[in-house]
Each structure stands twice: as structure tokens, then as C-alpha cells.
Design a protein around this ligand. Sequence first.
Ligand SMILES: [Zn+2]
Length: 267
Amino acid sequence: MHQQLCRVSRGGLLYYTCTRLAGVRHAFTTKRGGVSTGDCESLNLGFNRGDKRENVIQNYHILADALGMPYGRLTMTNQVHRDEVSVVTEGCVGMGLHRPMAWESDAIITALPDVPLAGFYADCVVTLLYDPRSHTAGVCHAGWRGTVRNILGKTVDAMARELGANRDSLVAVIGPSIRQCCFETDADVPEAMEAAMGAAVRPFIEPHGEKYHIDLQGVNAQCLRGAGVRPENIIDSGLCTYCHSDEFWSHRVTNGRRGVQAAVICL
Ligand SMILES: [Zn+2]
């Protein structure tokens, strides 16, 4: 785990924070602290996991209360493995939880206070972004498909272009996700990655016999540097959801019978 990450246990609730995001409410959740049962025990934050809707709602209340965020303004990404970024304005507040999802955006950004932004993971790479100078924030979901589309670099670009964020003060925290130790693929994934990103992606692909191990966090950190984020402002949590499946749902460990965690940030 990165030395600037903190493991916070409050009552039954367990989540991670980063000292570099001290100026803003935020968390990377784990499995623990909610009311769901079965495969979704206990802090499941997904409505499409076979869980009871009232349990998921209750889990959001627990999380929002613990973090001091307004439940009624929670706003969500729509994770379709593409590269669209949406700006959350007052008219979109609550999308995904309190009003129907009207965007197909794996990343959402805002300058509005008291709007918790949530992105979801159970192996995928979710990154929280915050620029203390412009006081703007974002959350970005990237599986390998979004990673090779440079959605994270495009999120930084959108924060700078649409919200006036400063690339040289922007902080990015790459959350718990499946890491190179455990993200094993066939040749199709590295071939698709190289087709999209060229030779720059090669240092992040390691052959293992017939298979390949991919460093998605490394590629995403490179995307951040490419977008002008300073290396010292890129914090990789270092937490592997597969290795730590005692605390996190890993899609691969559970074969998809699982709940889902969220990364949330609120100005
Ligand atoms: Zn691992």
C-alpha cells in the first residue's frame, strides 16, 4: 500500500483514504460496513448485482452519513467501457441514483460543492482527481478498454478545459484494482492495447508462458503524465483487489458473483 494511503475503520465500516486528498471528502470503499447479504455481503453499492434495492439504498445512506456527504446529491458514472467525460452541472445532480441515467460517461467531473461523485470497481481501475487550486474534482473508471482509449488523460483534459483545473496542481489517486501480479490475459488483450497505444504500452506487458500479465495502473499513470499531471501528484494505491479479496470484491476471484465497491469524492 502507498504510504500516503490510510485504512480507516469506523464501527463496521472499512474504507481507504489518501492524505493528498485531505482538502476534500472522499473514500475508496471495501466490502465491509453495509446491510446486504449473500454474495453482496455487506456494503454493496451496485443496483445490478442481484441485491435488494432497499439494501443498496441503505448502504448509500450509511456511507454518506459516515463521510458527511449529502445522500440526496449523489451522482454516478455509467460504466460502459468507453471514453466519454461529462461535466456535472446543477441539472445533472443525482444522476444514476435519484434520477434516470442520461449519460454514457465512465468519467464525471464537477466544480459544484456538495455533489458526491461515485465510480465503481471490482478489479477495474477507478481514479479520484482533485485540483486544490481551482477546487474541482472528478472520478474516472477504466478497465483495459477505457485505459487504452486514454479516458484518464481525457478526464484531466476536460477538467482543465471545462472547469479551469490546473494540470500542475492536480492530484490523482489510482484506487484499489487488479494489479500485474494477478491480471492475466490471453494475447488478445496486449494485441488490442498495442494496436491502440503503440509501442508505448510494451513496458507494461509481461509474458508469462502462454499468457500475459498487464500493469493497468502503470499505463494509467503514463496517461496522467501524458496529460500534464506531475509525477509527484500521481498516487498509486498499490492495493490489488485480487490479492486482497478478503477486503475487496474481485470480479475474477468471485466469477462475477459479487457486490461492487465505489470511489467517491465530494467538494
Ligand atoms: Zn494481485
